[in-house]
Ligand binder design. Structure first.
Ligand code: 6PG
Length: 273
């Protein structure tokens, strides 16, 4: 698959590299290989792999394939991996909608992973803002960073932000990523690492990592499938900058890279394909 050159909607940093796949299976295979390559490199270079998992339906089969006991997942030193989530629903961990439960059932339980390697967002807390505060504290503890995120265009050099080796993201038909939905408070968050975000579209709170953290990652991979994503994807990648309407436009990692693994149906409105 020859990736397209980086391009930018209206920002000096490229919006990312778009890689088109004719089938969801091919997209998921690439995601598996990319996850494994990132994990193996991070463990080799830093002794651990810090990854933020995505919720939604697209990654589920990626997680299952990684846990299947076959290559390339079987080549990962799973005991060196620390698992985080990009967002969580305001539900208990055993709820069918829980992003934790989806990843646990598809991958973590099959790999025998639990305990300290799992940094779960406590969606069961009655007050989602307490879950967000606690997760922000967990991130600082896990990454050994202190202080507050900055407000401004340039990331501080003093390492006050957690730096994930890899963040997996999906994109909704409305252009949201993680739980940063159009027109919600989280779009404009520049200081907090994690927020409780009221989502009127669903009449519920979500807990989500914010753009400062997501943009501090070494690598971000979007997994996008489905005809229902085509309009939003074209707006996100090729339309004018309007992150309040299309929050996925916020994701432009400062020192990492962003790859868009896109299934053909979702890519059908792109002109640069
Ligand atoms: C969630 C995800 C969300 C998801 C997108 C795409 O909590 O649901 O974090 O951002 O990635 O909605 O979901 P699909 O992969 O199911 O299309």
């Amino acid at each position: 698959m020859t990736p397209n050159p980086p391009f930018s909607a209206s920002d000096e940093r490229p919006a990312g590299r778009v890689e088109r796949f004719e089938t969801v299976a091919a997209l998921q295979e690439e995601a598996v290989a990319s996850f494994a390559a990132a994990a193996i490199a991070a463990i080799r270079d830093r002794g651990r792999f810090m990854v933020a998992l995505s919720g939604g339906s697209t990654p589920r089969d990626v997680y299952a394939r990684l846990a299947s006991g076959t290559a390339p997942g079987s080549q990962i030193a799973w005991e060196r991996v620390q698992f985080f989530w990009g967002d969580e629903r305001h539900v208990p961990p055993d709820h069918p909608d829980s992003n934790f439960r989806m990843a646990y059932d598809a991958m973590l339980s099959r790999l025998g992973i639990d305990g300290d390697a799992i940094w779960r967002i406590k969606g069961e807390y009655p007050d989602a803002s307490i879950a967000a505060d606690e997760y922000e504290h967990d991130l600082r503890r896990a990454f050994g960073v202190h202080g507050h995120a900055w407000s401004g265009a340039v990331a501080p050099a003093d390492g006050t932000l957690p730096r994930f080796d890899l963040v997996l993201l999906g994109m909704g038909p409305d252009g949201h990523c993680a739980s940063i939905f159009p027109g919600t408070q989280a779009v404009r968050e520049e200081r907090r690492l994690v927020v409780a975000n009221w989502v009127p579209q669903f009449n519920t709170s979500r807990i989500t990592l914010t753009a400062p953290v997501l943009n501090n990652a070494d690598a971000v991979i979007f997994l996008v499938q489905g005809d229902d994503k085509a309009d939003a994807l074209a707006s996100v990648l090729e339309g004018p900058s309007d992150p309040d309407r299309f929050p996925s436009q916020l994701i432009r990692p400062r020192h990492g890279n962003v790859r868009w693994l896109v299934e053909a149906a979702a890519a059908r409105q792109l002109t640069r394909q």
